[in-house]
Design a protein. Structure first.
Length: 568
């Protein structure tokens, strides 16, 4: 067994690690730590999520930092506030016994004055999101001219979120004599672009297979009609009574809607996305980590890199547009040697995406049947009985009341008593799943439900208002490296943009089209003004016949047939 001591970690840091229960380095740490300690190199390190990348760079950064010098010596850049807070928290924990070493998280949404005050102390290691750091640089409140190490954590996400300009500005304020390191789960275009732009002959350390899905994750998919997506989600959740899951949606709007529906339907759910205030986001994460929240509905960006153990499922409510994100999503489960399940809810036209993902992760999905109401009820019942069997009884409190209870229940025999207690907890499920229809779609054969079933059973409510979509046409496409998230990110970036519903996005070779809420047409046109992709100025216009073809249902996920555009 290799130890942190063997790979050259000093005493003070060892103490911190051992109080965290870190006994031996993980493979990525074993590779990266000695490299960073012994050589001055630029580095691209690719390892699956959950393999300990934070410590792989955090530990050597600490050791390479001189606590006696108050200058900022290391800079870690993260795409989201949550990740920033988490990485800073981890590095602080490694450094608790290192005297005089200050680590600070700098991110938007929190008080800038407080951050400025903390910076005055002299912070040797800054963990930052690009937006806020850039802001502080512009105000002259942070000096990174003496930085010797820059780390990009989850680098690709930063580019996808459109932080390119901020990154350029930040890097321009660092000395050219420094080492730049990048950590990611997957090798993507963005990772390659960062390596090419900001690094000098980077050494590449790849642990495990490139882009491989985590070994102990099972991949399953359920095929339903698009309109039944939400009902399918509920069944999947209901079928696993101790469910503790992240549910991924494509846009903030979907995230918001799915979380709200779940809450209305009595689930312990909440949403995590960029429209929430920092305080709200912190609160949601805290509840989720402490398991006071069972279902976290999140966007890719909000949940990227978050380290939460013990998840039972990762649920792809929608498959991500970019397959690399599937790896990131499914890597959220099956951590720390446990097994996890990554579930995708797809409709028929998305089946090809499953095949694409299989190719990429080199693993097969198992197609599963959406459980019937009866199966779910049985599972729930068994779980309820288990809970009753294992409940701790506080005899001191109960015994004095027992005589009274016993008298009241005196005329019920055992069988009657059991039935009543089960009904008490369980009627909700029995009622809900009474006459529940089969949601499975089998090989294109549409199972007809009777109208009565749909009405009595689970008919999706709330499809009253149709949303008007406008289709936009852009002069950039796959060849220019644009991705759906990039477009969505740009739209989310306009004021109030999180509320803008995005419909179908099509990326062609030289052009792209996207649909979005018509009420925001001007803002969306504005958002793409003066935008350049790989040096090419982007032009955006409203597509002709844009309204006629674009009446989407309120969920915005309806697919339409036919391509209206020729490539430019
Ligand atoms: P990644 O960034 O690769 O997704 P993280 O750095 O978030 O992974 O680490 C995942 C989990 O593994 C964290 O809970 C972390 O505390 C734990 N961990 C990391 N390194 C070790 C180690 N050497 N021993 C035990 N646990 C570790
Ligand atoms: Mg990480």
């Amino acid at each position: 067994m290799n130890t942190f001591e063997n790979i050259g970690i000093n005493k003070d840091i060892l103490k911190g690690l051992s109080s965290l229960g870190f006994q031996e380095p993980t493979p990525v740490q074993e590779e990266v730590i000695p490299l960073m300690l012994e050589q001055k190199i630029d580095l691209v390190s690719l390892a699956q999520t959950g393999t300990g990348k934070t410590a792989a760079f955090g530990i050597p950064l600490l050791q390479l930092t001189n606590p006696k010098n108050r200058q900022t010596q290391s800079l870690v850049l993260c795409p989201t506030r949550e990740l920033c807070v988490q990485v800073a928290r981890d590095i602080k924990a490694f450094a608790v016994h290192v005297k005089g070493l200050e680590v600070l998280a700098i991110y938007g949404g929190a008080s800038i004055e407080q951050q400025i005050k903390s910076l005055r102390k002299g912070i040797q290691l800054i963990v930052a999101t690009p937006g806020r750091l850039n802001d502080l640089i512009n105000r002259g409140k942070v000096d990174i001219s003496g930085v010797r190490y820059v780390v990009f954590d989850e680098a690709d996400e930063m580019l996808q979120m459109g932080f390119q300009d901020e990154l350029n500005a930040i890097l321009a304020n660092t000395p050219s004599e420094k080492n730049t390191l990048l950590f990611s789960a997957t090798m993507s275009k963005e990772v390659a672009a960062i390596a090419a732009t900001y690094m000098k002959n980077p050494v590449e350390v790849t642990i495990g297979k490139r882009n491989a899905g985590a070994e102990n994750v099972r991949h399953e998919y359920y095929m339903v009609h698009a309109r039944d997506r939400y009902l399918a989600l509920k069944r999947i959740v209901d079928n696993c009574p101790n469910n503790y899951s992240i549910i991924f949606c494509r846009t903030r709007q979907d995230t918001h809607e799915v979380a709200n529906k779940l809450i209305q339907d009595g689930y312990n759910a909440d949403a995590l996305h960029g429209d929430l205030s920092q305080a709200q986001r912190d609160q949601v994460m805290k509840k989720f980590r402490s398991k006071n929240l069972q279902l976290l509905v999140a966007t890719d960006v909000a949940a990227r890199g978050l380290d939460v153990n013990d998840l039972t499922h990762v649920i792809n409510y929608n498959l991500p547009d970019d397959i690399a994100n599937y790896t990131h999503r499914s890597g959220r489960t099956g951590r720390a040697g446990r097994t996890g399940i990554s579930v995708a809810i797809v409709h028929m036209k998305e089946q090809f995406k499953i095949r694409e993902i299989e190719k990429k992760i080199k693993k097969k999905f198992k197609q599963c049947r959406i459980p019937s109401g009866e199966e779910i009820c049985k599972n729930q019942l068994v779980s309820l009985v288990d809970i009753v069997k294992n409940v701790a009884v506080d005899h001191d409190q109960i015994d004095p009341l027992y005589a009274e209870i016993s008298e009241k229940l005196g005329d019920l025999d055992r069988e009657e008593l059991i039935k009543r207690f089960v009904s008490l907890e369980f009627t909700r499920f029995l009622e809900y799943y009474k006459n529940a229809p089969d949601l499975n779609v089998t090989h294109g054969v549409k199972k007809q439900q009777t109208r009565k079933q749909r009405v009595q059973g689970e008919s999706p409510k709330n499809s009253k208002h149709k949303q008007k979509f406008t289709r936009f046409f852009l002069n950039v496409g796959r060849r220019d490296g644009i991705l759906p998230q990039g477009l969505i990110g740009k739209i989310n970036g306009v004021p109030g943009g999180g509320r803008i519903k995005v419909g179908k996005i099509e990326i062609m070779r030289n052009s792209a089209s996207l649909e979005a809420d018509s009420r925001y047409t001007l803002q969306i046109l504005d958002a793409f003004q003066h935008v350049k992709i790989n040096g090419k100025p982007v032009s955006i216009e409203v597509a002709r016949n844009s309204h006629a073809a674009s009446q989407s249902k309120h969920n915005g996920t309806r697919q339409r047939k036919g391509r209206k555009f020729k490539t430019a």
